[in-house]
Design a protein around this ligand. Structure first.
Ligand code: HEC
Length: 284
């Protein structure tokens, strides 16, 4: 009896985790152009980053004096952007210790040095726009991109708040291979949603039957923030832009060097072709 129960539980765990691995929540991301490379955007992003992220996170591969690369002077950096140290050659450390953070939020905030690369810029932008009010969470916040994350919405004052509207479509015990109805309706709702939304396919084994359900989560604006939605989108684009710079500060230089190398190789190739022609002219 007990073994049967364990087996059933294991099977359930397996199928549900499989469903997650196979489908995972699909996320619809709207808006936010996050690939601009201009110094002003990077500077605004830097301000947001040091003011709002370094309270909890560090960026241990980023030194403050590197910010001269985004056209800030050492004086500007010292006066406006350095809160946790007064040494310009120091790396960006967080204001709280990892131990305290773990105690307060249940998880250590990850270092943000290469977050833009590992998480991708699009996902990062969506994450920063994906917070919604959730009274079941200790922080009062949840996130559509990273469900049940321990991080509160630190830019909530700027963005205003959102709530989450969840609709569940069940394919009641029937085999969905022959009944695509629930999925079709759920997908239509997912696509129709104007704001950010996610689509999940859940598979449950109950009394020998397979139950499929489709969950559409949609974010709905609730209260206004200090910024309009458009201003907030631009702020997030700036922030992500800056985090891309943090992850790859040499990218711009690498591209320049790459172009120069290609140019030199082209000249060399032309010279080689000319030499070959010259050399063989008298032979043939
Ligand atoms: C009040 C503390 C705090 C602040 C401020 C904060 N974070 Fe976090 N952040 C956390 C914690 C805690 C986690 C880890 C949560 C977890 O793993 O459950 C986290 C995780 C993350 C993650 C990983 C998300 C994931 O899916 O794993 C990203 C990205 C992130 N933070 C970005 C930022 C950015 C960008 C800022 C600044 C705008 C910021 N954070 C400000 C506490 C904070």
């Amino acid at each position: 009896m007990i073994t049967k129960k364990i087996l059933a539980t294991a099977l359930f765990a397996l199928t549900s985790s499989f469903a997650f691995a196979a489908g995972g929540p699909e996320v619809k991301i709207v808006g936010t152009e996050a690939s601009r490379v201009d110094a002003e955007s990077l500077q605004r992003g830097a301000r947001l980053f040091v003011n709002h992220c370094l309270n909890c996170h560090s960026a241990q591969f980023m030194r403050y004096n590197r910010l001269t690369d985004i056209k800030l002077t050492e004086d500007q950096i010292k006066q406006n952007l350095m809160f946790t140290t007064d040494k310009i050659g120091e790396t960006m450390k967080s204001a709280i210790s990892p131990k305290d953070a773990k105690e307060w939020f249940g998880a250590v905030p990850p270092d943000l040095s290469v977050m833009a690369r590992s998480y991708t810029s699009e996902r990062l932008a969506a994450y920063m726009r994906g917070f919604y009010r959730d009274d079941n969470r200790e922080t009062g916040w949840n996130n559509i991109i990273s469900p049940n994350i321990g991080m509160p919405h630190v830019l909530g004052e700027l963005s205003g708040t959102q709530t989450m509207l969840q609709t569940v479509f069940k394919a009641d015990g029937k085999d969905v291979k022959t009944d695509h109805d629930a999925e079709t309706r759920a997908r239509a709702a997912f696509i129709a949603a104007q704001t950010m939304s996610s689509f999940e396919h859940h598979v449950e084994k109950k009394d020998g039957k397979t139950e499929h359900s489709y969950i559409v989560k949609t974010l709905v604006p609730a209260t206004d923030g200090k910024m309009t939605p458009q201003q907030y989108d631009i702020a997030i684009a700036d922030l992500v832009n800056f985090m891309e710079f943090v992850a790859e500060p040499h990218k711009a230089k690498r591209i320049q060097i790459g172009i120069l190398v290609m140019f030199l190789l082209t000249i060399l190739l032309a010279a080689a072709i000319w030499l070959k022609k010259e050399y063989w002219k008298d032979v043939t």
